[in-house]
Design a protein around this ligand. Sequence first.
Ligand SMILES: Nc1ncnc2c1ncn2[C@@H]1O[C@H](COP(=O)(O)OP(=O)(O)OP(=O)(O)O)[C@@H](O)[C@H]1O
Length: 369
Amino acid sequence: MTDTDLELVRLRKIYPGGTVAVEAFDLEVKRGEFISFVGPSGCGKTTTLRMIAGLESITSGDLIIRGKNFTHVPTERRPTATIFQNYAIFPHMTVRQNIEFGLHVRNLSASEIKKRTDAIIDKLQLGDVVDAREGALSGGQKQRLSLARGLVTEPDILLLDEPLGALDANLRKSIQEELKILQRELNITFVFVTHAQSEALSMGDRVVVMNAGRVEQVSSPFELYTRPQSGFVARFIGRNKIIPGELADIDGNRASVTTPLGRFSGVPSFKAGSGTVGQKAMVVAPSEYIDIVPAAEPAGDAALDRARGTVTSVEPVGQVVYIGVELPGLVPMRIEAYRERIEGRGIVPGSAVELRWKPERATIVLGEA
Ligand SMILES: Nc1ncnc2c1ncn2[C@@H]1O[C@H](COP(=O)(O)OP(=O)(O)OP(=O)(O)O)[C@@H](O)[C@H]1O
């Protein structure tokens, strides 16, 4: 038995009007993995999910689930269930009837339907509202009902399209946690679409970042946050500072870039051999790894990379202070620092500062910043 649940091979979607919504989408998802799709509006997340669900035809490429090709199999014969943002609950049916509905259309025996429905009602704590209709349910209960409807069909893969989008921030947070626990317990593969990067990173075992119909990067949340592989990911995920320049040197797992502020090095995000000296590249460092100190302060650690600038603004917000820094030849940067780290150190508008970071924390990314 293969432990790959889902394989997308060169998946492509062109809508009848000619819009190329998804292009060359390759992905392998392991059984029991929680995978999030994230990207800006219109990047093709929903289209990809709908192709997996069979709600949208596949223009070319292959959809493989547990080793079987489902590219042209109709939705009702796919081992998937889909949860939508608007819940898609039948308002005239009770909670129990809503859950049973998907089982009746599968021709299961009455006793099997009851057994499965009772189990899922119990699992999702809907026992108190089994006879209620949609109008009487809270946002959280509606969310759990829509999950119950999907899970009761015992899918191999659960597809979730912005399922928490309609919830307020607090409820969203607690349902995120519930969902993650539920997924671990059931060990079902979840494919979760969201446009919120924090949600994608906190929920996903791995995250697929999409941009304009294409996959930009597939990585664990930490890897994505600390080791972006493209300028798009560096800007879209996390709080990176980006210094543009030209690739100067590549040596194993170190590369360096000549920038208007000097030459800096970092870990290359590209494979050896794919970068050419002189081509456009950038130094990317997560904000959390950059220290801001008065320029006159001696550098204790000679191995740090350093860039000099002038403070233009200092804006405290709670425990964090946002410091605007003008750097020669670059667009101004905004650095976040803990208030206690900078208090009393003379970091005020007009003062000269140095940004310092460990080169091994920086990533060298090819392309135009
Ligand atoms: N039914 C359709 N007919 C034609 N074009 C469509 C259709 N549905 C989506 N598109 C286009 O395909 C592209 C991808 O859309 P899709 O909805 O998959 O993106 P998305 O990343 O899910 O965006 P959002 O976060 O806004 O839902 C967009 O350019 C969109 O306008």
